[in-house]
Design a protein around this ligand. Structure first.
Ligand SMILES: [Zn+2]
Ligand SMILES: [Zn+2]
Length: 267
């Protein structure tokens, strides 16, 4: 039987304007040109299933961190005809606050996460503010509650979660970060999430400064390239260029781009 093909959508739910190039690379970049950051969740679907990748942050976390929430990332699924109640499978790429909030809006979901991400977010490294500051204790506790409610599926390394959908542990940014490899009509697309925040992080390479293990993060760029059909099939986690390279799905006002379609020709 042929491998199923999926559609993939990137739903932007927030944007941070006040970032400059020097904020986004570990190799010192002296430029203070603006380099904003977009925040996304992603939906993978075909006629048989819908898999949400990451869950975004909520209004409380936004207020605490001085971020602006453009819309609820789970509510935005309505533009694709879905509600949070209908989602049965959610991949949590890692537990950082901008990827793992809103779990309460997904009451019927199973959450797919790497063993090492839960170990990391609950272990000794969280005694250090350096590693802890991008986590929100409420999200971590929410996930642990779901472990006790049999709603969490643990993965170790590279595993298929549905025909044509794999999770792959990359580590680096956090010790248990995973990316998602998806079979589409244009070949294998890889949702890198924070394995590469921007296209430039992996292209230079120069990691984003929030990093647990620099070696794993740089090695991860090679892994992303090995997993994807071509470099054009890798989708970074926070790059505003994603919305320029891929076509809008439906009314542009919905702010959803289609990643299973070929990127638009770049000038
Ligand atoms: Zn992160
Ligand atoms: Zn992030």
């Amino acid at each position: 039987m042929a491998l199923p093909e999926y559609e993939i959508f990137a739903l932007r739910y927030a944007r941070l304007e006040e970032r400059t190039r020097r904020d986004n690379f570990i190799v010192h970049d002296p430029h203070d040109d603006a380099m904003p950051m977009d925040y996304f969740v992603w939906l993978i679907r075909n006629g048989d299933r819908a898999i949400l990748v990451d869950t975004g942050f909520n209004a409380r976390a936004a207020a605490e961190r001085g971020r602006t929430l453009a819309r609820c990332p789970i509510g935005a699924l309505a533009h694709l005809g879905l509600t949070g109640e209908q989602i049965q499978d959610v991949v949590i790429t890692h537990l950082h606050y901008d990827h793992a909030g809103n779990l309460g809006l997904l009451p019927n979901a199973r959450f797919h996460i790497q063993d090492e991400e839960v170990n990391y977010a609950c272990g000794r490294h969280m005694c250090k503010g350096l590693f802890r500051h991008a986590y929100d204790i409420e999200d971590v506790v929410d996930l642990v509650r779901r472990v006790y409610a049999n709603r969490v599926v643990f993965h170790n390394g590279r595993e298929e979660i549905a025909p044509g959908v794999e999770v792959v542990r990359i580590g680096g940014h956090t010790n248990g970060l995973q990316s998602v490899r998806v079979h589409t009509a244009r070949g294998w697309v890889v949702l890198a999430s924070d394995a590469s925040h921007y296209y430039e992080n992996m292209e230079k390479p120069s990691p984003f400064p929030i990093v647990f293990n620099v070696g794993d993060m740089v090695q991860g760029y090679d892994t992303l390239r090995a997993l994807a059909q071509s470099p054009e099939h890798i989708i970074p986690g926070h790059d505003p260029m994603v919305r320029e390279r891929y076509p809008f799905w439906g009314d542009p006002v919905n702010d959803i781009v289609a990643l299973h379609l070929p990127p638009k020709a770049t000038a």
